[in-house]
Design a protein around this ligand. Structure first.
Ligand code: SF4
Length: 385
């Protein structure tokens, strides 16, 4: 029994390992797993690999050995989020409505604003967070294409995050009576399962995610670091407006560990987009108070509850005591994500061929009727304690 006392849901820690083993053992269930961007640069630490070492291929291989039927990538859904949130941003900017638009992919931040600044809830993007979007797509389009009854699908999200456990249970994050997500495991819980199975993680051969819901771009990967969602959005928004391919897609102004980072971008249509990125809820409070007082004005705000973003989430491995003085895990893990971004052939969400196909075959237009039904949500005012 867990007790909700934390304003961001981060104390909603309950173990779900046995639930997931039970689902894997159930012959009637198709058990599908997805992994958040930050997990691939944290998991190796549980097996004495280097801090921040990228273990994407070994992680996929381990998940197959644990018995999951499909291994998909939340990065695919991060690309989908950019399509939806980028369109939402462009619409709001063109109408001058409900600005600034605030990101909604961090449930710690969403719960914080629901409790503390409910008068600003209209500013939150209505986009579900990426893993919730992927769960919704799996239990609708994917189930249909594969001829599986969605009731028999069990979706597991491997997240660097404890607040995602609470998010997965929110009743708003469901469709036709089915939760988008059935269980959330932290990076540490996944490591525990791998150890329980006696898998020699360090020696595993690298494998690839299943397609099409495992195909992603560099923009999806950088979601795991503070500033990553903003950078991914800027890559797409700018290029869609410019109607041409851009060479320079790295936005240094939104990277790094400064608590509050401001960036102004001249858009091809002549408008200026003012963005701010904050990580840690103390910094979030500063940004919101500066807007309320009229001191600052922005068009786009990215906030992550954890200092450094998801690479430093509450479900990530705890850095070994003897390394703590010398290594800043959030810096090294973020470097791992940016290097994966650089290594990928496609680095902009709207260029992901599987995303393009999903819109063509199923969703229609970004922010269209079906997309709204499946991929968007609403928020509720919650009482202060
Ligand atoms: Fe979870 Fe922290 Fe990432 Fe927010 S920033 S989604 S609370 S890990």
């Amino acid at each position: 029994q867990c007790i909700m006392v934390c304003p961001v849901g981060a104390l909603h820690e309950k173990e779900n390992i046995q639930d997931v083993w039970n689902a894997i053992d159930d012959e009637n269930k198709v058990v599908i797993v997805q992994t958040a961007p930050a997990v691939r640069v944290g998991l190796g630490e549980e097996f004495d690999l280097g801090v921040g070492e990228r273990v994407t291929g070994k992680m996929v291989s381990a998940l197959r050995r644990l018995g999951f039927d499909n291994v998909f990538d939340t990065d695919f859904a991060a690309d989908l989020t950019i399509m939806e949130e980028g369109t939402e941003l462009l619409t709001r900017v063109s109408k001058g409505e409900k600005l600034p638009l605030m990101t909604s992919c961090c449930p710690g931040w969403v719960k914080f604003i629901e409790h503390n600044y409910p008068e600003m809830l209209d500013h939150l993007s209505t986009c579900k967070s990426p893993h919730q979007m992927l769960g919704a797509v799996i239990k609708s389009h994917y189930a249909n294409v594969m001829g599986i009854d969605p009731k028999n699908i069990y979706v597991v999200s491997i997240m660097p995050c404890v607040a995602k456990k609470f998010e997965g249970e929110r009743e708003e994050l469901s469709n036709e009576g089915l939760q988008d997500i059935d269980a959330v495991l932290t990076t540490r819980e996944l490591a525990q399962m791998i150890k329980e199975m006696g898998i020699n993680f360090a020696k595993l051969e690298e494998e690839e995610f299943d397609h099409p819901l495992g195909e992603s771009t560099g923009a999806g990967v950088i979601f795991g670091a503070t500033g990553g969602v903003a950078e991914a959005a800027l890559r797409t928004v700018y290029e869609v407006l410019a109607e041409k391919d851009l060479e320079q897609i790295e936005y240094e102004a939104v990277r790094g560990l400064e608590g509050v980072k401001e960036a102004s971008l001249e858009l091809p249509n002549g408008q200026t987009l003012n963005a701010v990125i904050a990580h840690g809820l103390g910094n979030a409070r500063k940004v919101l108070d500066s807007i309320k007082s009229g001191e600052k004005s922005y068009d786009f705000i990215e906030i992550m509850a954890c200092p450094g973003g998801c690479v430093n989430g509450g479900g990530q491995p705890i850095i070994k005591a003897h390394l703590r003085d010398d290594v800043d895990a959030k810096v090294v893990r973020a470097k791992g994500l940016y290097s994966e971004d650089k290594a990928l052939p496609i680095r902009k969400s709207h260029k992901n061929p599987s995303i393009q196909k999903l819109y063509k075959d199923f969703l229609g237009e970004p922010n269209g009727h079906l997309a709204h039904e499946l991929l968007h949500t609403h928020y509720v005012k919650r009482n202060k304690f």
